[in-house]
Each structure stands twice: as structure tokens, then as C-alpha cells.
Write a protein that binds this ligand. Structure first.
Ligand SMILES: [Cu+2]
Length: 147
């Protein structure tokens, strides 16, 4: 009985050791950035709001891949922009260097620009496109990119 109790105690200590030190960081590293994803850009355009202004982002061609020329299209509803929108490409929680997409108006409320998403040395594929609307604000689209 004494031996059984000891074995149980040791097993439960081992179990918690593996859970806390191995399993938790293993899952946390991926689900942390994964949980931030708010845009299924590989399948459809994404829409977000900045206090009443509706911002839709599309990236073509699909699949959206790194190291390829991409066309970023932003559609704006319910806003009078004083200047052109601009997109900042980055990664959640990572300094990736300045990567901006400048845009031109192609129709009323529709803006397009080209840009390249680089390949992150860490291997992580979650990228962030922050759409800045001068005079209105900014919103971030977070999505998965194919490497
Ligand atoms: Cu990165």
C-alpha cells in the first residue's frame, strides 16, 4: 500500500511536470498567434469596422503566398477620407521591419496597391495587415499566409 501511494505520488508529479513544462508552452506558442486570427483571407475578403466605417480587405491572387506580388484591395463604406489609405504589413508580436502598401483609388471607395509578404525566419505564418484610414483610424486583419 505504501509503495502504491509513493508510485501514485511520483506519477502525479511527473504528470504535472510534463503538463506544465512541456505541453503548455508547446500549445501556447501556436494557439497564442492562432487565436489572434480574425480573417480567413485564403478563402474570402474580410470585413472589420472602425466606429461605423466598414473596411473590407481582399488580397489576390489566392492562395495568398509569401514572396509573391500581391494585390491588396481595400473597400471603404461610410467614411470621407481626406487622404489615401495605407497598409502596414507586420506580424503579431514581432518586429519585421517596415513593409507598407501604398494605395491608389480605383473606384469610389475602392483602393488598390501591391505589396509582398516576406517569409518570416521563425517559420511562423500568421501575418497582420493594418489598414490605416487618415482621419478615421486603423484596424488590423490577422490571417494565415502560405509559405
Ligand atoms: Cu516574423
Amino acid at each position: 500500500m505504501q509503495l502504491f501511494k509513493k508510485t501514485t505520488a511520483i506519477l502525479s508529479i511527473l504528470f504535472w511536470f510534463f503538463t506544465v513544462y512541456l505541453a503548455v508552452p508547446l500549445f501556447a506558442s501556436d494557439s497564442k498567434t492562432g487565436a489572434l486570427i480574425n480573417c480567413d483571407i485564403q478563402h474570402q475578403p474580410c470585413t472589420r469596422q472602425i466606429s461605423g466605417t466598414i473596411v473590407t480587405l481582399d488580397i489576390q491572387p489566392r492562395p495568398v503566398k509569401a514572396m509573391k506580388d500581391l494585390i491588396f484591395e481595400v473597400q471603404i463604406k461610410n467614411a470621407d477620407l481626406t487622404r489615401l489609405p495605407m497598409i502596414d504589413l507586420s506580424m503579431p508580436g514581432m518586429k519585421m521591419g517596415r513593409n507598407q502598401v501604398t494605395m491608389k483609388m480605383t473606384a469610389k471607395g475602392v483602393y488598390q496597391g501591391t505589396g509582398i509578404i516576406v517569409r518570416c525566419p521563425s517559420g511562423k505564418t500568421v501575418w497582420q495587415a493594418t489598414v490605416n484610414l487618415p482621419g478615421t483610424g486603423s484596424t488590423s486583419f490577422i490571417f494565415d499566409v502560405i509559405y
